[in-house]
Write a protein that binds this ligand. Structure first.
Ligand SMILES: *[C@@H]1O[C@H](CO)[C@@H](O)[C@H](O)[C@H]1NC(C)=O
Ligand SMILES: *[C@@H]1O[C@H](CO)[C@@H](O)[C@H](O)[C@H]1NC(C)=O
Ligand SMILES: *[C@@H]1O[C@H](CO)[C@@H](O)[C@H](O)[C@H]1NC(C)=O
Ligand SMILES: *[C@@H]1O[C@H](CO)[C@@H](O)[C@H](O)[C@H]1NC(C)=O
Length: 384
């Protein structure tokens, strides 16, 4: 998600940039059908398919051993699950987002169409809801919201954070078609707009979790669904070595990337660049010129950035901290329900002074990710 805040320095503004991009990535399969026809408003179709074909439901929560809460998400496309707020609990679907900083849900005061099509928090019905204080606003790539600071009990599965600060949106722009009610920011406390201690830090403070670690498993199969783990990780969700990568700076989730290669040639990030590990973005985003370059190399049509023409076989390698992370062709190409083939590379519209790639869900579906806030590092391992 992209956010801007005028009172922050340009530097921190850049560091906090993030795009929430949720599109209808309907099936993951080899793109071998190559019809050369234009598709009108293909992105809209993808979004429509997405909305038609997917349900987002958390079906179970369970505690595994020592203070690790595993949150199984029935949803397979996005990192989305249910939380409750208030007493008695009111339920919301939120996107668990490793790169943004705030928790918010729509309020009943919100008149925007995107609020009324979602669950709105009825503060009057919560006995633990104190009076509202300050206002705030956040800008994302995909929209913006204005809201008020609130606090109340928030529950994710069996974990409860009492008197948790969060945001209630009063106005939302540009979230049309987004399947979630609100956003569950899991980044460091540094750039929070709603203020107060973020929920994950609070759960640690209140000893609900033993470690400031969460992990995310994105399933390759619709049957399983995604999983979010709080307080530790369950080793059953990855295979091989878990490689730890130091963050460039404590306070957000950027890591140093060495290069991006295809067919043994550097195709982007030559000489090094930054990568944001971001569960709130479904695609892989990078600077326009370099994305165009990759699209040319894989034979995607330059005018409609998604559409692929030729069969693709070469994996893309992202080298991070000396390790090659391979993204097979069938991971970075997607066929929709009309058998049209798309690539997952897209321009990052947020400008940054350094070359920055956003490694979203497509990358994270191949690599189980662990966010170790106590040691300022991210772990990546091959998913099972
Ligand atoms: C999740 O929340 C949504 C909306 O609040 C609700 O419709 C759905 O039934 C919930 N899913 C589960 C598994 O509780
Ligand atoms: C809770 O964690 C925050 C850091 O996020 C820290 O500043 C604060 O002092 C902690 N509070 C308690 C009661 O431990
Ligand atoms: C985030 O906050 C911590 C603790 O105050 C600080 O050490 C760190 O430099 C901050 N990081 C960023 C990117 O602002
Ligand atoms: C990573 O991939 C590059 C390009 O194919 C190769 O030259 C290099 O040896 C690989 N590195 C490792 C550690 O496997």
């Amino acid at each position: 998600m992209l956010r801007t805040q005028t009172s922050l320095s340009t530097w921190s503004q850049e560091r906090s940039m993030k795009c929430l991009v949720l599109l209808g990535l309907v099936a993951f399969s080899d793109c071998i059908v190559n019809e050369d026809h234009e598709k009108s408003s293909s992105e809209n179709n993808m979004l429509n398919n997405f909305l038609k074909e997917h349900a987002y439901r958390l079906y179970q929560t369970s505690s595994l051993g020592s203070n690790i809460a595993t949150h199984l998400l029935r949803n397979f496309q996005d990192v989305m699950g249910n939380i409750t707020i208030g007493t008695p609990p009111q339920e919301f679907q939120v996107v668990f987002d490793s790169a943004s900083f705030d928790l918010w849900v729509p309020s009943v005061f919100c008149m925007s169409p995107t609020c009324s099509s979602h669950v709105m928090f009825r503060h009057i019905e919560s006995s633990t809801f104190p009076p509202i204080r300050n206002t705030f606003s956040i800008e994302y790539c995909s929209g913006s919201m204005k809201g008020v600071d609130a606090h109340d009990n928030v529950q994710i599965g069996d974990l409860v954070s009492t008197d948790q600060p969060f945001g209630l949106s009063m106005k939302q722009l540009g979230f049309e078609g987004m399947p979630f009610d609100g956003v569950f920011g899991l980044n460091y406390p540094n750039l929070s707009f709603t203020g107060g201690i973020p929920i994950f830090d609070n759960l640690k403070n209140q000893s609900a979790v033993s470690e400031l670690v969460f992990a995310i498993y994105l399933s390759k199969s619709k049957l399983e669904g995604n999983v979010v783990m709080f307080g530790g990780l369950d080793h059953r969700y990855y295979q091989g070595v878990l490689n730890w990568i130091p963050l460039i700076q404590a306070g957000d989730r950027h890591v140093q990337m060495d290069r991006i290669t295809m067919k043994r040639q550097d195709i982007a990030c030559s000489g090094g660049c930054e990568a944001l590990v971001d569960t709130g973005t479904s695609l892989t985003l990078g600077p326009r010129r370099l994305v165009d370059n990759i699209l040319r190399l894989i034979g995607a049509m330059p005018r409609t950035t998604f559409h692929v023409l030729g069969p693709i076989t070469c994996p893309l390698l992202s080298s991070i901290n000396g390790i090659n992370y391979s993204l097979p062709a069938q991971a970075y190409t997607i066929t929709d329900s009309s058998d049209d083939c798309y690539t997952i590379f897209k321009e990052n519209t947020a400008s940054a002074s350094t070359e920055t790639w956003i490694l979203g869900d497509v990358f994270l579906r191949q690599y189980f990710s662990v966010y170790d806030q106590g040691n300022d590092r991210i772990g990546l391992a091959q998913t099972v």
